[in-house]
Design a protein around this ligand. Structure first.
Ligand SMILES: Cc1cc2nc3c(=O)[nH]c(=O)nc-3n(C[C@H](O)[C@H](O)[C@H](O)COP(=O)(O)O)c2cc1C
Length: 200
């Protein structure tokens, strides 16, 4: 698939079949995600890969409530996704990298001095590569925020201090019926409204 086509076709899949992903395919997608750019080439984005019902169920149990599932029955097929990847912003990699000789003058050894947390940007860039790679491979993928249970998630899966999941990427084969989220009914903002040339 051409990159342009993958970008145009990409959308969040919210309904998956229960079919597992071949290991090699998953590894290929993850390897592509590690090609994303990173500040100072710090490469401080890690991926916690949860595969199979036992691991993915633990993820859902820690981060959602039964009321959340009951409120909207259309959410149920999200759980079928055989793989959940947590892209993780690894702050310490940046603090260490920007303390090295070629970067030490930047004064960025303290997280509060960063104009924008590059560790979160880089985790986002890598996530986008993962979403596009999944599209390119004919898979379905969805990015979801994590709104609860983060502390328990870190403890359960042994995620070290200073490492923060920026959300979760569900990966799998799209089910035949995949009703779009109400958010996608919002019209795309007009090109002229979004692009500011020379001055806002
Ligand atoms: C940072 C971010 C957080 C998101 N969080 C959620 C979420 O928690 N649940 C969800 O169903 N979709 C979530 N989405 C998906 C958006 O709703 C979706 O990307 C948007 O409606 C546009 O649809 P499309 O990606 O299918 O084009 C999130 C997307 C982004 C970029």
């Amino acid at each position: 698939m051409e990159l342009t086509e993958a970008i145009r076709r990409r959308h969040m899949t919210r309904s998956f079949t229960k079919d597992p992903l071949p290991k090699d395919l998953l590894d290929d997608l993850l390897a592509l995600a590690t090609r994303a750019p990173s500040a100072g080439n710090a490469q401080g984005r890690d991926f916690l890969v949860l595969e199979g019902k036992e691991q993915t169920s633990t993820f859902w149990e820690l981060t959602t409530t039964s009321q959340w599932w009951e409120r909207n029955p259309r959410r149920k097929p999200l759980r079928h996704a055989p793989v959940v990847v947590l892209p993780i912003a690894n702050q310490q990699c940046y603090l260490s990298r920007y303390s090295e000789a070629d970067k030490a003058g930047s004064g960025l050894s303290d997280p509060a001095s960063w104009p924008v947390p590059f560790w979160q940007i880089d985790a986002g860039f890598a996530t986008m590569v993962l979403l596009l790679a999944a599209q390119d491979a004919g898979l379905g993928a969805a990015f979801l925020g994590i709104f609860r249970g983060e502390d328990r998630l870190l403890a359960t899966f042994g995620i070290p201090e200073g490492c923060k999941p920026i959300g979760a990427v569900l990966l799998g084969y799209p089910a035949q019926t995949d009703p779009p989220s109400p958010s996608t009914h919002r019209p795309r903002r007009a090109f002229e409204d979004v692009i500011h040339r020379g001055h806002w």
